[in-house]
Ligand binder design. Structure first.
Ligand SMILES: C[S@@+](CC[C@H](N)C(=O)[O-])C[C@H]1O[C@@H](n2cnc3c(N)ncnc32)[C@H](O)[C@@H]1O
Length: 289
């Protein structure tokens, strides 16, 4: 029997997983990846985990300038991760960026107690002291935070939780903000409540943009993120909107990065007000400066 027959060719998926496994940087502790189910117990990488890991890795690399900036300027940088879920981002951030630096901490904010408890156990098992967990809503966390926060992140924080993260970042005057919004339904609800007939607004052509529920959801989500970026600019942030990773990795792919440059933009504020007036909608973020 030929050796080729005894060893059937690996499936494309298996070879891809092997290559991806070899590509994981040493700085990512294998036990942590296993605890986060990003590696199986045998140390293998499945397709789902590969996708998730790729997203997080890309986000971490994108956050590096903000993290380096905070590490250079502050002795104990504070990163607040809003809607942390299983805290994959926070735990990996702590393991691969803060532990090597020997400074700084991540505060993971999560409303589900069991996820916070799980995060604590994983951190303990991996001897990660650079992360702590706050089991509360984003709107309730401010008084539990130190005075100075250097980076606020929110990765796929559901619906208006991203707006809560923005409100928090503005309240604590975070130096950097990184948002990967999830689906947002609030503005679509507001548009639906206004009515979608041509008579519902003096701008009779506008309701065509969101008359169908599908369009209303997509348009509402786009308008939301445009208004989020303008809100940050209006409050003195320089904003970059880009993609998190290729569309093969996730459909919720928009990444909003903001750096506080202390220049309140009256122009952004005027643009935001114009959009609010044109469509009759408001983000649940609170009053302008
Ligand atoms: C879709 S998950 C994303 C989790 C994680 N950031 C990730 O990307 O894997 C959103 C998480 O945000 C939490 N969440 C939603 N609204 C929240 C709020 N207002 N305050 C705190 N946590 C919230 C949910 O419980 C959930 O665990």
């Amino acid at each position: 029997m030929s050796s080729r027959r005894r060893h059937p060719p690996k499936s494309e998926e298996a070879s891809r997983a092997e290559r991806a496994l070899a590509d994981i940087p040493e700085a990512y502790p294998r036990p942590l990846l296993q605890a986060l189910h990003l590696l199986t117990r045998d140390g293998a990488l499945n397709a789902d985990a590969r996708r998730k890991l790729k997203q997080i890795e890309h986000l971490l690399r994108t956050l590096d300038p903000a993290i380096s900036d905070a590490l250079i300027r502050f002795p104990e940088p504070v990163i607040v991760d809003c809607g942390a879920g299983k805290s994959s981002l926070g735990l990996l951030l702590a393991a691969t960026r803060l532990r090597p630096a020997g400074r700084g901490r991540v505060i993971a904010v999560e409303s589900r107690a069991e996820l916070c408890e799980r995060g604590r156990l994983v951190a303990q098992a991996c001897e990660l002291t650079q992360i702590e967990f706050q089991n509360c809503k984003i709107t309730e966390v401010r008084e539990r935070l130190p005075e100075r926060v250097h980076l606020v992140t929110a990765l796929h924080a559901c619906d208006t939780a991203t707006d809560e993260a923005i409100a928090l970042a503005l309240a604590v005057e975070a130096d950097h903000v990184a948002l990967v919004p999830c689906c947002q339904a609030d503005l679509a609800r507001q548009l639906a409540a206004l009515g979608t007939s041509a008579q519902s607004t003096p701008h009779t052509e506008l309701p065509s943009l969101y008359r169908h529920p599908w369009h209303r959801r997509e348009f509402g989500s786009h308008l939301t993120n445009v208004m989020r970026a303008l809100t940050l600019e209006a409050h003195g942030y320089q904003v970059t909107v880009t993609e998190l990773a290729g569309f093969e990795h996730t459909l919720k792919n928009e990444l909003i990065l903001a750096r506080r440059v202390h220049r309140v933009s009256h122009e952004a504020r005027a643009r935001l007000t114009a959009l609010e007036d044109l469509f009759g909608v408001r983000l649940p973020i609170g009053p302008m400066p």
